[in-house]
Ligand binder design. Structure first.
Ligand SMILES: [Zn+2]
Length: 286
């Protein structure tokens, strides 16, 4: 679940010092980001952030090097506001105008954030009662130039949720059900002792029957899985269509809105700041 507004004014006022203390200090530097050398020395500070100099390649870096915003010239506060607007599902045009950044910058930022969130959002395993459903969306070429075909494939999205507070919602097949892909991407995560709860789909029904052997349990339905189609449609509406090539990324963001844990933009920023969850602009492939 996403908490849209954080009312604590104090939190906003102290955001910079919070970030510096909490994020940067917790971020370990194991080696020089340029050459991988382990010998470095303190080398002054910039905007209150400690800098280091590598003794081997002589390059300087800081705790923020390779973080989400390290290649950005914009203030961290602009990034934070951007994440806040993203949680509110504001359009790129709206974000650009409000934060005085270009639409191109807004586009890249959104994809950097989505990519960072995608890295960990998929659960490694599904345990207990595992609810599974599917929905189909039509392929979307938004933003693509030179489309030579009028044909649109069906994209199958599978949603699976076990007892843990995480969920798997991913584009799984194109055009038709594929057992091999299903086993690789979904079934491999389902633990042996778990019980599959299938929702109105004959393929999932077949799998559930085989997996559950002869056991039939009364399990309370989970609306997050049961109403996956309606939920996705509603959640996607403000984006006015999502290009299929970015669908997986958007769905990893979508999941956060449907978990029990409450996230706010500070949590998301902190999360994205740990480790090297950045993606360089050239890898986004607009
Ligand atoms: Zn170095």
């Amino acid at each position: 679940m996403i908490q849209k507004n954080v009312n604590s004014k104090k939190l906003k006022e102290n955001i910079n010092s919070l970030l510096k203390n909490y994020i940067y200090k917790n971020r370990n530097i194991e080696c020089c980001p340029s050459c991988g050398g382990k010998k470095y020395i303190k080398h002054g500070s910039y905007k209150g952030i400690q800098r280091y100099k590598c003794k081997e390649c002589k390059k300087t870096f800081s705790n923020t090097t390779n973080s989400l915003w390290s290649y950005s010239k914009k203030d961290i506060n602009v990034w934070i506001k951007f994440v806040e607007l993203m949680i509110q599902k504001k359009s790129l045009r709206f974000c650009a105008k409000k934060l005085k950044i270009s639409i191109t910058t807004a586009f890249y930022w959104r994809h950097k954030i989505l990519h960072g969130l995608k890295l960990d959002s998929v659960p490694n395993k599904l345990e207990g009662n595992v609810h599974i459903n599917k929905t189909i969306v039509i392929e979307n070429f938004k933003g693509c130039r030179n489309i030579l075909t009028t044909r649109r494939s069906n994209i199958w999205i599978v949603a699976a949720k076990g007892d843990e507070d995480s969920m798997l919602v991913m584009p799984t097949f194109r055009d038709c059900w594929n057992w091999k892909t299903f086993d690789e991407k979904i079934y491999s995560k389902i633990q042996k002792e778990s019980y599959i709860v299938a929702y109105n789909d004959r393929y999932i029904g077949v799998k559930a029957k085989a997996h559950n052997k002869k056991i039939v349990k009364e399990v309370k339905k989970d609306d997050r899985v049961g109403y996956i189609m309606a939920n996705i449609m509603e959640w996607f509406a403000p984006f006015k269509g999502i290009a299929t090539k970015y669908l997986e990324e958007y769905l990893s963001f979508y999941i956060l809105f449907y978990l029990d844990k409450i996230f706010n933009y500070i949590d998301i920023i902190s999360y994205l700041s740990l480790g090297s969850r950045f993606i360089r602009i050239k890898e986004i492939g607009a």
